[in-house]
Ligand binder design. Structure first.
Ligand code: TRP
Length: 337
């Protein structure tokens, strides 16, 4: 049999980033991180810990430093592989702040004023509505455009920012000729939207005051079990998807996303069983999913030298790639390089 030899197809480039917030929830893992891990084989992936974005709200220096390193280690533990992908810390690559400034001058006040996240966050942090909070989307545009990314995996809350990124890129390209790739959103095919365990009409969020509403990837097994046992359900006592059964629908979604089983399979498995049994089973399945991640995380976080080697190596490559784009943009504007 003759095998046809083809030139390898150029992989599409993906860029995404997550802020170092201290806690990664099960929702973040299933909704974002786990998808990043899966994308690594099929795409040319560049990921970052968005620590420049994080200071748009006040951070305690000690906590902040700890959170950045922990986020980096946790993402590696989840399966981000620096042999396959570039994974760096945003503040280590100075081109981001530099392009963000340039792009600020191609972003309109009106556009930024319409960002719903800006409106929400300024209401929430009314005592600190700083200029960075306002221009946050142009920094995000810089992140993406510096790498000429084709696709950007994002959640629904970042769609508006990506749309603005596209507008900025189009505008710049329109004035100076093609400089930036105009990126598309990458919406993963599956991925149950994981809801709060206490109010399943809301998204699971670590900013929820009720700690029982969310599960962190690094929660202890007994904490995870306790949170699932307390999860809100309904009075029907039948494990199946249904209207008005938001709590059970959510638990079935979680069970499905950690075991790969369909809702029908789960329903069949728990036929005739009570909610207590089901909640225990979901808790156990989640514990089994996070166990290897926690083991790996514990090893990584105690090996600072290894972590440093990884983020330095990636930052160096990221700088090289992004510098080319930054220089190109500066040249077009008329700067002397
Ligand atoms: N703003 C994103 C968030 O809060 C994080 C982020 C920063 C990002 N830069 C990015 C996401 C670039 C995608 C692409 O979730």
């Amino acid at each position: 049999m003759s095998e046809e030899i083809k030139a390898p197809e150029k992989k599409k480039r993906i860029f995404s980033a997550i802020q170092p917030s201290g806690t990664i929830t099960l929702g973040n893992y299933v909704g974002a991180l786990r998808n990043w891990v899966r994308l690594q084989d099929d795409y040319d992936c560049i990921f970052a810990v968005a620590d420049l974005h994080a200071i748009t709200v006040r951070q305690d220096p000690k906590e902040f430093k700890k959170n950045i390193l922990e986020a980096y280690a946790l993402f590696l533990a989840c399966g981000i592989d620096t042999e396959k992908s570039i994974f760096f810390i945003q503040s280590h690559v100075h081109t981001h702040a530099e392009l963000a400034w340039l792009l600020n001058c191609y972003t309109q006040f009106g556009e930024l004023s319409r960002m719903t996240q800006f409106k929400d966050k300024s209401a929430k942090h009314a005592d600190n509505v700083n200029a960075g909070l306002f221009t946050y989307p142009s920094l995000m545009a810089a992140d993406i455009l510096l790498y000429q990314a084709d696709l950007v995996p994002i959640g629904a809350d970042q769609k508006q920012h990506l749309e603005l990124t596209r507008n900025i890129a189009d505008r710049f390209n329109g004035i100076y000729g093609k400089t930036f790739t105009v990126p598309d959103a990458y919406i993963p095919e599956v991925g149950a939207r994981i809801k709060s365990l206490q109010d399943p009409t809301k998204k699971m969020s670590k900013s929820d005051e009720n700690v029982n509403a969310w599960v962190a990837i690094l929660d202890k097994p007994e904490t995870i079990m306790k949170k699932f046992k307390r999860a809100v359900t309904d009075s029907e006592a039948r494990v199946c998807v249904g209207e008005g059964k938001d709590g059970i629908n959510n638990l079935i979604g979680i069970m499905g996303s950690v075991t790969g089983k369909t809702a029908d399979e789960i329903t069949a498995e728990f036929e005739g069983k009570g909610y207590g049994d089901f909640k225990t089973a979901v808790g156990e399945a989640v514990v089994e999913t996070v166990r290897p991640i926690q083991d790996k995380y514990n090893k990584l976080i105690s090996d600072k030298a290894y972590l440093e080697e990884q983020y330095r190596k990636s930052a160096e490559i990221a700088l090289r790639i992004s510098q080319r784009t930054l220089d190109k943009a500066k040249k077009k504007i008329g700067y002397i390089l």
